[in-house]
Design a protein around this ligand. Structure first.
Ligand code: HEC
Ligand code: HEC
Ligand code: HEC
Ligand code: HEC
Length: 463
């Protein structure tokens, strides 16, 4: 089933709003949620052209190949199938559509992945929330709404329709900023700039009791401890790990959270300062560069005034990256072992009463590891917090393994078989994921549905 503009209710609405649009066309500036509207191109050529240029940022990395242990840690969820680093905003819709994580159309009567997955890809998401209600939208399947997604991250994702004024069109983001006492309307332009990014570059979960609507778990605050407290209080988990039966928590790109506690945030250096710096057009007129991309490409315009020595800054970045990566690999190795040791304890007859303590420690360690690893650019945004998170994760998983060692000896288990995760292929094999099968299913879905019925934007970069 698909919902389309052609059904009768929407048609009436389209006619009404068509008349309305005609009536205001002479007075209102030409902003619209529709990316095919070329009026912007003429009215704001610099902003429009630089926005368009995010389609040049084609490169990305296969994160599961970079750290295959993640396949084991995320076993039981779609994250173990495919996970890439981010690239230009122009690919947002097509990458989400082609990922093995968003799967294929569910069989009749089966519930598929929630449409909430569209929320941070497109201005059509807030539009559909308005049309269907927030829970009406999130109750739909991801694939079911594919025909409705016309645009990638666009002007109305960050601006009020009809003006350059910044806006937060996503209700979950409005709520979240209020939870951490930063209500959007009351912030200066600098904080508002970061908040528009923080609609999407933020951790979230789908709230099961509210039709899987997006919720940002910041009631107690937005660091790893406070978010964990929220989840623990609610006894929430995303899935049960198939080996250890750990109730897993999953972090998603908490860039806003990490930035908000950084030395840069303290000094008023926002996401915009580094990723959308002021530029000049050929007539010397300044404008905000809308090609959101690598910050180090803007060294001369942005960083230099405070970090005068480029080489020293590069060394600082490399050092932060190395410190984070080396700790992360260590946590991963320990966590893989812990999952399999818990698995062996279950097999030997241990029960929840015996394993609870160790399993909670695995949950908490993996949460901190994930809160660090899912945060793209952490080594640049807040290396200190990244290092602290991973050091705590090492303590927690070490504690878990110590408890597990005692349990295993109690049950006379002498050795535990650990999986081979030396490559992505080996790790997939270890947890029974067949990429060939999943890829063939996805290909058939793309050919039958996406290529035939979905708007062009869903194929950007894949044709
Ligand atoms: C990801 C968020 C985002 C998107 C998408 C976006 N903008 Fe902006 N825009 C900003 C921010 C942030 C500023 C700077 C606000 C400030 O600091 O004054 C800005 C500033 C502007 C300005 C004010 C003049 C200037 O250059 O500073 C105009 C006009 C503008 N944008 C037009 C557009 C148009 C047209 C589009 C769509 C093609 C668009 N924006 C898409 C975030 C966005
Ligand atoms: C509507 C949601 C949304 C908003 C708003 C948004 N982003 Fe993104 N951003 C994404 C998604 C999704 C991707 C990944 C796209 C992909 O890989 O296909 C991304 C990718 C990126 C990348 C990676 C680019 C590259 O070439 O590697 C950066 C940097 C980035 N965003 C920064 C920002 C900043 C800064 C802002 C605020 C000005 C912002 N984003 C606003 C959703 C959003
Ligand atoms: C002090 C400058 C600075 C600030 C402030 C900053 N970033 Fe970054 N960001 C970087 C650097 C440096 C990197 C590493 C790669 C690069 O962009 O050169 C990075 C990386 C990223 C990436 C990963 C890009 C990729 O392809 O892997 C994303 C996404 C991102 N930043 C989003 C944000 C968001 C959202 C904010 C605000 C909440 C923000 N950044 C604030 C400098 C900054
Ligand atoms: C307004 C001044 C200012 C700007 C602009 C600025 N920084 Fe910084 N940055 C600082 C200060 C101050 C510190 C803390 C002292 C230090 O470590 O040098 C810092 C620290 C850092 C750190 C270490 C962070 C930590 O927590 O240890 C990195 C990495 C960094 N900056 C990268 C960048 C990059 C990349 C850019 C440009 C995209 C940039 N900065 C722009 C002022 C600035």
């Amino acid at each position: 089933m698909t919902i389309s503009n052609k059904n009768s209710k929407n048609n009436l609405w389209a006619q009404l709003s068509g008349t309305l649009a005609f009536a205001i066309a002479f007075t209102a500036p030409a902003y619209s949620a529709d990316a095919t509207d070329t009026a912007f191109e003429k009215k704001h050529p610099e902003q429009y052209q630089s926005w368009l240029a995010t389609s040049e940022q084609v490169e990305r990395e296969d994160m599961l190949a970079n750290y295959p242990a993640a396949v084991i840690l995320w076993a039981g969820s779609s994250f173990a199938k495919e996970y890439n680093s981010p690239r230009g905003h122009h690919f947002a819709v097509a990458d989400a559509s082609h990922s093995l994580r968003t799967g294929v159309l569910p069989a009749d009567g089966k519930k598929g992945l929630s449409a909430s997955c569209w929320t941070c890809k497109t201005p059509d998401a807030p539009r559909l929330m308005k049309e269907l209600g927030v829970e009406g939208y999130s109750a739909k399947n991801f694939a079911e709404l594919g025909t409705e997604i016309n645009s990638v991250v666009y002007c109305t994702d960050c601006h009020e329709k009809g003006s350059a004024k910044l806006a937060l069109p996503r209700p979950h983001a409005q709520d979240a900023m209020a939870k951490v006492h930063l209500p959007f309307e009351k912030q200066d332009i600098n904080m508002q700039g970061s908040q528009v990014c923080g609609q999407c570059h933020v951790t979230y979960y789908f709230q099961p009791e509210r039709s899987n609507k997006v919720n940002i778990p910041w009631i107690f605050g937005n660091d790893a401890d406070k978010i964990e407290k929220y989840y623990d209080t609610r006894r929430f988990y995303e899935w049960l790990h198939p080996i250890s039966r750990t109730p897993i928590l999953k972090a998603r790109h908490p860039e806003f959270e990490h930035w908000s506690r950084s030395v840069h945030a303290e000094r008023g250096v926002s996401c915009i300062s580094c990723h959308m710096p002021e530029s000049e057009n050929k007539d010397g007129k300044s404008y905000t560069n809308h090609q959101v991309g690598k910050a180090m490409d803007n060294y001369a315009q942005v960083c230099q005034s405070c970090h005068g020595n480029k080489q020293a800054l590069l060394t600082k970045l490399e050092d932060g990256k190395h410190q984070i990566e080396s700790r992360a690999r260590k946590v991963e190795g320990l966590l893989v072992k812990a999952h399999y040791e818990a698995g062996a304890a279950w097999d030997a007859g241990a029960n929840w009463a015996v394993l609870n303590d160790a399993i909670m420690a695995i949950r908490h360690a993996q949460w901190r590891w994930d809160f660090a690893m899912a945060s793209h650019g952490l080594y640049a945004h807040n290396p200190k917090e990244g290092i602290q998170l991973l050091d705590t994760a090492i303590e927690q998983v070490t504690y878990a393994r110590k408890a597990l060692a005692e349990i295993l000896s109690m049950y006379k288990v002498e050795s535990v078989a650990y999986p081979d995760y030396s490559t992505k292929q080996a790790a997939h094999k270890a947890v029974g994921i067949s990429l060939e099968k999943l890829t063939a299913e996805k290909k058939a879905f793309i050919e039958a549905e996406l290529d035939k019925h979905w708007p062009k934007v869903s194929r950007h970069g894949y044709e």
